[in-house]
Design a protein around this ligand. Structure first.
Ligand code: IMP
Ligand code: MG
Length: 173
């Protein structure tokens, strides 16, 4: 199976830098608690944080839903010990697919009474969504390919690729 480049490294870097500036402005340079969704969002989160002008705290939620390219029951574990009450929160995920994971994370964060919740995803897949929630910040809109790299995996592999790639012969889940 041949891996094709969908978004090259340089393009990701440029876009992530621009997104950071957009986010800093949207929060008026106020402090933010970043809740990153493990494991896929980790590369994106770290790069995004580097350019934020805000004072940031970092914490994690773990959501697992895929086995290979098949979506299984979604499981969530809140790993955060930072109190979110009254704070600005930015939830960061790798990809907005059906939207269920981000919605799940959003609802969990909301229970903790933050002042403001915004959401950011690196990729938004062009498929029908199962939720009404729309991410506030999106890096790239992509076709309905199963993508890997820059944190995204298939059975835990390919996360370390510096670019976003896809398998040409496989387009649908
Ligand atoms: P959703 O809940 O359907 O929006 O799926 C979002 C989650 O599924 C993401 O956080 C990813 O972990 C995973 N996912 C969805 N599409 C892909 C893909 O193309 N490659 C790798 N992981 C994916
Ligand atoms: Mg994920």
């Amino acid at each position: 199976m041949e891996l094709e480049v969908l978004i090259p490294e340089e393009k990701i870097k440029d876009r992530v830098k621009d997104l950071s500036l957009e986010i800093s402005q949207a929060f008026n340079n106020d402090p933010i608690v970043i809740i990153s969704i493990l494991k896929g969002a980790i590369f994106f989160t770290v790069d995004l944080l580097r350019y934020l002008n805000n004072e940031v705290m970092l914490d994690f939620i773990r959501i697992k839903s895929y086995e290979g390219e098949t979506k299984k029951d979604t499981k969530l574990a809140f790993l955060s010990d930072i109190p979110l009450e009254g704070r600005n929160v930015l939830i960061v995920d790798d990809i907005f697919d059906t939207g269920e994971s981000l919605k799940l994370a959003y609802d969990e964060v909301k229970k903790r009474s933050p002042k403001l919740i915004k959401t950011c995803v690196l990729l938004d897949k062009e498929i029908e969504k199962k939720v009404k929630l729309k991410p506030d910040f999106v890096g790239f809109r992509i076709p309905n390919f199963f993508v890997v790299g820059y944190g995204l995996d298939i059975n835990e592999k390919y996360r370390n690729l510096p670019y976003i790639g896809y398998f040409k012969t496989r387009t649908l889940k």
